[in-house]
Design a protein. Structure first.
Length: 131
């Protein structure tokens, strides 16, 4: 009988503790195309310390749980895109918070100039060779 009471008490404590957390869901999308971005790391931080994180699925959807109630910063970054940070994100107990993230592609002017310069040089080189 004592084992049954101990088991019920443990179950009650676990249920109470897990019921006091929240969840964050959303989608990471390319700002220009509206397409979901797959396998993007998404992290929630509180006072600079990571408290949770995940990778998006193929369609850009993510879900982070359990998260203790509080105020968080959401961070994400992906190769070829500018990093995104969302501050003052509130997570409440027993609720799902939603936060979609639009990511813009990195436009590196120097890289573009170098590429154009190389294309022009290749074109001029071909012109010289055909004479």
């Amino acid at each position: 009988m004592r084992k049954l009471y101990a088991l019920l008490l443990a179950l009650l404590i676990y249920t109470t503790a897990s019921a006091q957390t929240g969840e964050l869901q959303g989608k990471v999308i390319d700002e220009a195309t509206g397409q979901g971005l797959g396998f993007v790391p998404v992290a929630v931080l509180q006072n600079g310390t990571q408290k949770g994180g995940t990778l998006t699925d193929n369609d850009g959807n993510y879900s982070i749980k359990p998260i203790q109630p509080g105020t968080y910063t959401l961070k994400t970054g992906f190769l070829g895109y500018n990093p995104v940070e969302v501050s003052n994100l509130t997570i409440s107990s027993d609720k799902i918070a939603f936060q979609d993230i639009k990511m813009s592609k990195v436009v590196n002017a120097q890289l573009l100039r170098t590429f154009i310069h190389n294309v022009i040089l290749a074109y001029l080189f071909r012109q010289v060779q055909t004479r």
